[in-house]
Design a protein around this ligand. Structure first.
Ligand SMILES: Nc1nc2c(c(=O)[nH]1)N[C@H]1C(S)=C(S)[C@@H](COP(=O)(O)OP(=O)(O)OC[C@H]3O[C@@H](n4cnc5c(=O)[nH]c(N)nc54)[C@H](O)[C@@H]3O)O[C@H]1N2
Ligand SMILES: Nc1nc2c(c(=O)[nH]1)N[C@H]1C(S)=C(S)[C@@H](COP(=O)(O)OP(=O)(O)OC[C@H]3O[C@@H](n4cnc5c(=O)[nH]c(N)nc54)[C@H](O)[C@@H]3O)O[C@H]1N2
Ligand code: SF4
Ligand SMILES: [Mo]
Length: 746
């Protein structure tokens, strides 16, 4: 191939759960343009504007290619050996002096989709033996994880909506118009909603904002933030009061239906109508519609998680699907069956005797550990508060907590107090500017791609492997290598003594050993040594081969010779479509009873807190939003994604604007008990009165960050007004929606 010829690489977009197929046109070693891939069996030609910018990210001059080490307060470029030596020089004295409990990590969102990080984060966790880590999970889906852990026996056993077959789709607290769906992979989500309408079905959006999704839906119901659990209880009330329940096909697998009936009896629509801002008659009407539909799915996402009653709402949405029979059945909520099992499906020894919460309390505020983590909102105080157990070293992995966590100013002020901070990231950004060492990540185009986690909640079963587009530089390191290095450095090993390849072999053999011991695994009881020997290669690619071969469609190492291997998957360059979702009960259940636990006491005990909230008058409250051309905090350095009018605006309903003397385009001051911001007002009928809205992921005005484009479009960080102690108490998840605020012209 000549140097100047154009080559088209076909690949999956790594930027969100849509997993769209891209055609990347490369000319002269440069991404010339990116187009949708009409042959991709999964996305069939759908993409969004972000997908066309992977080349801009790859070529971004601000993206780090070389490790950085801080010398006298300034970053200087360093070799990898120098960088790891510096990690050791800073980390080891902390461990010697204060013990490993003084070291922690923050694991951010892109970990889930990154080829290396998703498969080797387990190596870091296992080798580092850190006491506790923090993650973006507790500012996101922890309530859903908790509900699923208790109902189905595994925190990552999460049902998704069978959107392509349903007759009635409810979208509660999600805006796929921007997000493209979450805990539900469905490229062209809105096109799929249109298809429901064409089939004669209905879609209903329940959201405080008339979003792009609501605009496309058959109906929009505005709801007061944080009141979803109350509404769902009222829906259940109507179901039982009118005998609309219909769960006979699930009966062999259900525990607790009577308890749900008993609970629901107390929650008549009239009791919650004022709190929810929804008329009792509307609750009755939509309940009847939902139950009358031949099939229906009540899908609830982040607006129902990052709120005061996140766990109750996440739990109740599933309960509602189950008691109406819209579960594990075509057109309802169903479980995917991925070609390659995800790492999180491996059994976790800490839960082998069932789930137990609050085994430890956080040092400063005494927050209980839930599912192994303290609320990420605790991180700042654990660093800043002196005393026994104070955090002295932090490793951030693909996270930007100085933007993504509540009260980020406190964290921003605390990070310089650390003795050691190491970041694995693409950029010097709001968080990593505080690091002593930054280890660069490979760009998405320099590594293969396979979404091991997202296929667990895809709306069809399938898979697609993507090869590298650009070979990484000879001296570049993949993130899995950095994770192994960091894990062992935390364990006290010397950088110069670590043989990454050898440790990777051990890690792989450990995984194989676990897989061969899982009851019901296709390779249960097999000789791990044989499987190790029969899976050549190294790193995440080798794990992917194992994930496929020991998966439900795999070749089972000779047990099913026609089955899939990674090599076979690679030969399907358009991806593999296995077909629509199929019922998976009872095989998927991992509860002790082997049944779905409909009414876990840990969750039902929280109903009292909800009852106490009814009647409380919050006044004006704030919610968050996403935009199609953003991804959390880190795509604002791409010119094409920040061009056009300012998107970091405060949406205010005209009545509220009038009440508070605000004018469109002028600055307002918005304050909560944790802080205040000045932000341009956008008056909009999209908002329900009494609710205002800011986007998340902005605030790029910190000195020392190297984001030349983003800093020109800084915006404000909405989390400045998210109080750090406002959490969904039983999951520890941050409350980022429904925050009481005051408004005034600035
Ligand atoms: N373009 C883009 N895509 C993304 C991301 C991104 O930043 N940009 N982020 C990715 C990530 S990390 C995630 S987790 C997913 C999230 O994906 P989604 O869950 O779809 O998240 P949002 O788009 O924020 O939509 C949440 C909706 O909840 C509403 N809401 C707020 N409070 C409440 C409430 O109390 N009750 C109800 N019923 N609704 C409420 C908001 O008004 C908003 O419309 O998106 C992913 N995809
Ligand atoms: N107010 C408010 N706050 C929110 C939310 C909200 O809706 N409202 N949403 C919450 C949610 S759902 C989430 S998931 C969190 C996200 O919280 P975070 O995970 O902390 O934030 P991101 O902005 O996703 O930051 C990702 C970081 O990873 C880096 N990165 C990107 N790709 C890679 C890679 O391949 N390798 C490595 N090593 N680094 C990479 C980026 O440069 C960036 O620094 O924010 C939460 N915060
Ligand atoms: S919707 Fe956009 S960001 Fe998400 S995978 Fe598709 S192209 Fe990428
Ligand atoms: Mo998220």
């Amino acid at each position: 191939m000549s140097e100047t010829s154009e080559r088209i690489h076909r690949r999956t977009c790594p930027l969100c759960e849509g997993m769209c197929g891209l055609r990347i046109h490369v000319k002269d070693g440069h991404v010339d343009r990116i187009r949708p891939d009409p042959d991709d069996v999964w996305s069939r030609g759908y993409i969004c504007p972000k997908g066309t910018t992977i080349g801009d990210l790859h070529h971004d001059p601000d993206r780090l290619r070389t490790p950085l080490v801080k010398r006298d307060g300034e970053f200087v470029e360093a070799s990898w050996d120098e960088a790891f030596a510096e990690c050791e020089r800073l980390l080891h004295p902390v461990i010697e002096r204060y013990g490993r409990e003084a070291v922690t990590a923050f694991i951010g969102n892109p970990t889930a989709s990154n080829f290396s990080l998703s498969r080797h984060i387990g190596a870091f966790i296992a080798f580092s033996q850190l006491d506790g880590i923090y993650s973006s999970g507790t500012v996101d889906q922890w309530p859903k994880n908790l509900a699923c852990a208790l109902m189905y026996g595994s925190m990552w056993t999460i049902p998704t909506a069978d959107i392509d077959h349903t007759d009635y789709l409810v979208v509660m607290g999600a805006n796929p118009h921007a997000s493209q769906g979450s805990l539900m992979c469905a490229p062209d989500f809105l096109g799929r909603m249109d298809a429901i309408h064409r089939r004669g079905g209905k879609t209903l959006v329940i959201d405080p904002r008339r979003t792009g999704t609501a605009d496309r839906a058959s109906e929009w119901l505005a709801i007061r933030p944080g009141s979803d659990a109350a509404m769902l209880l009222a829906v259940l009330h109507v179901i039982f009061a009118e005998s609309l329940e219909d769960h006979s096909h699930l009966d062999p697998y259900l525990n607790g239906v009577d308890r749900i009936r008993e609970i629901a009896a107390e929650w008549a629509p009239e009791r919650v109508a004022a709190t929810c801002g929804i008329a009792a008659d509307d609750i009755r009407r939509i309940t009847r519609e939902f139950c009358a539909a031949p099939s229906a799915a009540w899908y609830a996402r982040i607006g129902t998680c990052t709120q005061e009653f996140g766990t109750l709402a996440s739990w109740l949405a599933d309960v509602l699907n189950i008691v109406t029979g819209n579960f594990d059945r075509r057109g309802g909520m169903m479980f995917s069956k991925p070609i390659a099992w995800p790492m999180v499906s491996l059994p976790d020894p800490q839960w082998q005797d069932g789930f137990e919460f609050g085994r430890r309390k956080s040092r400063v505020r005494g927050a209980p550990e839930i599912l192994g983590q303290f609320p990420a909102a605790c991180l700042a105080e654990e660093i800043a508060t002196p005393g026994e157990g104070q955090l002295k070293a932090l490793i951030t992995i693909a996270g930007n907590p100085v933007i993504s966590l509540p009260e980020p100013e406190a964290l921003d002020a605390a990070l310089p107090k650390l003795d050691c901070m190491i970041s694995l990231d693409h950029y010097v950004n709001e968080t990593t500017r505080h690091a002593d060492v930054i280890l660069p990540a490979l760009s998405a185009l320099e590594q293969p791609h396979y979404d091991e986690l997202f296929w667990s909640w895809s709306v069809r079963n399938g898979g697609r492997y993507s090869d590298v587009v650009f070979e990484p530089a000879a001296d570049a390191r993949a993130e899995w290598e950095s994770l192994i290095m960091l894990g062992l450095l935390c364990a006290g090993q010397k950088a110069a003594d670590i043989d990454v390849q050898q440790v990777d072999q051990l890690y792989f053999a450990g995984i194989v050993g676990v897989v061969c011991g899982i009851p019901g695994s296709p390779v249960e009881g097999r000789d791990p040594g044989e499987i190790v020997a029969d899976t050549p290669g190294a790193g995440p690619e080798r794990i992917l081969d194992l994930q496929i071969r020991s998966g439900p469609h795999g070749d089972v190492y000779g047990g099913n010779p026609d089955g899939l291997t990674l090599a076979k998957l690679k030969s399907h360059s358009d991806g593999i479509d296995i077909g629509p979702l199929e019922p998976r009960l009872p095989e998927i259940l991992q509860t002790e009873s082997g049944k779905i636990e409909l009414a876990p006491e840990y969750i039902t005990n929280d109903l009292e807190r909800l009852a106490a909230r009814l009647g409380r008058e919050d006044g004006l409250v704030l919610v968050s939003r996403r935009h199609l051309r953003s991804k959390n905090s880190w795509l604002h350095n791409v010119p094409a994604l920040v061009s056009g009018k300012d998107r970091c605006t405060l949406l205010v309903h005209p009545d509220d604007a009038k009440l508070h003397g605000l004018e469109d385009g002028r600055l307002a001051r918005i304050s909560s008990r944790s802080g205040s911001l000045r932000v341009p007002v956008e008056i909009s009928e999209e908002m329900m009165p009494g609710v205002v809205c800011l986007p998340h992921g902005w605030g790029h005005d910190k000195p020392g960050a190297r984001l030349s484009v983003a800093s020109q479009h800084a915006g404000v960080c909405n989390n400045v007004i998210s109080p750090g102690d406002f959490i969904d108490e039983i999951s520890g998840n941050a409350v980022l929606n429904g925050i009481p605020v005051e408004l005034a012209p600035a």
